[in-house]
Design a protein around this ligand. Structure first.
Ligand SMILES: [Zn+2]
Ligand SMILES: [Zn+2]
Length: 295
């Protein structure tokens, strides 16, 4: 199956130009994402996380028990470079809307005065402990969703380096037909239909892509076609929203055969917020983490 690779800086520039013209309603969030992606590329080359190795028993557990390759909460992060990228992302937020401007100013001040424990918040985020993350952020007068967004994007270079180094240990496609990521165990943020019609899911944390059956709910493993459906708009043939009657979840899907521009998961997730709105109005639950759907 042909799946999209990471985009080059010139592809990213071209992509944002295209989206600026075709999706003007999303100009604000695109402006921020453009800066984040560009700074992240710089962050990636400066990032040197401690090497992670995989013990044989973990590989056995992965093969036999469907355990992901790593424990997400134990990912080794290059914290100094994460903090440096975080500060650059805060500075980038200053030129954006009032919410981002205010949140970015506070976060940058706290960070520079040593009053923001990024390692603590980053670890909560990696452990999927959103209730505690939100409670402690709000308790410290911080905008929790912006903190999560910038923390996530600052940690990602470390995650990407580990994924790249360890991908040789990942199972073959046919051996992992599950609803969570074989690398880090996270839920998907998007579903993809590839050139050959095969379906895959994009991880909401590490961005790894893995194949799954066409008729399948990743949240409850439902494979009953009677209770799985989708909706779409004829004006946007590249998008579908898969729905599951059994667990009332939904997941947005991109048909790469219809997408007439390069694919970036976080950009597509952001510029389809109108589909999230419709799915929620229809009573379906959004299962993606907070950093995916901010905008
Ligand atoms: Zn993952
Ligand atoms: Zn389901």
């Amino acid at each position: 199956m042909l799946l999209p690779e990471r985009l080059s800086p010139s592809q990213l520039t071209q992509l944002f130009e295209t989206v600026h013209t075709t999706k003007p309603a999303y100009a604000e969030i695109c402006s921020l994402l453009k800066k984040i992606f560009s700074l992240q590329e710089g962050g990636l080359s400066a990032c040197r996380p401690p090497v992670m190795s995989i013990v044989e028993t973990r590989l056995d557990a992965q093969r036999q028990g469907g355990l992901p390759l790593i424990e997400k909460g134990q990912i080794l992060v290059d914290w100094p470079s994460m903090e440096s990228l975080f500060q650059r992302l805060c500075a980038a937020a200053l030129g954006e809307n009032a919410l981002m401007e205010a949140a970015g100013t506070t976060l940058l001040e706290r960070c520079q005065s040593g009053k923001l424990d990024l390692k603590h918040f980053g670890t909560l985020l990696m452990n999927d402990d959103w209730p505690l993350f939100e409670q402690q952020a709000v308790g410290s007068d911080l905008q929790s969703e912006v903190l999560a967004l910038l923390t996530y994007h600052s940690i990602w270079p470390s995650v990407a380096i580990h994924l790249n180094g360890l991908k040789g240990h990942l199972p073959e496609n046919e051996d992992w037909q599950l609803g969570y990521c074989p690398f880090c165990g996270s839920h998907p943020m998007l579903s993809l239909l590839a050139e050959d019609g095969g379906r895959s899911l994009v991880c909401s944390f590490c961005r790894h892509t893995w194949t799954v059956p066409r008729i399948f709910c990743p949240y409850c493993q439902n494979r009953d076609a009677e209770t799985l459906g989708y909706f779409f708009s004829e004006a946007e043939p590249e998008y579908r929203v898969h729905t599951c009657q059994k667990c009332k979840s939904y997941l947005k899907s991109i048909d790469l055969r219809q997408l007439l521009r390069p694919f970036h998961p976080f950009l597509e997730a952001a510029i389809t917020a109108h589909l999230d709105m419709r799915a929620r109005e229809d009573g379906y639950l959004d299962r993606t983490p907070v950093w995916v759907n901010i905008g």
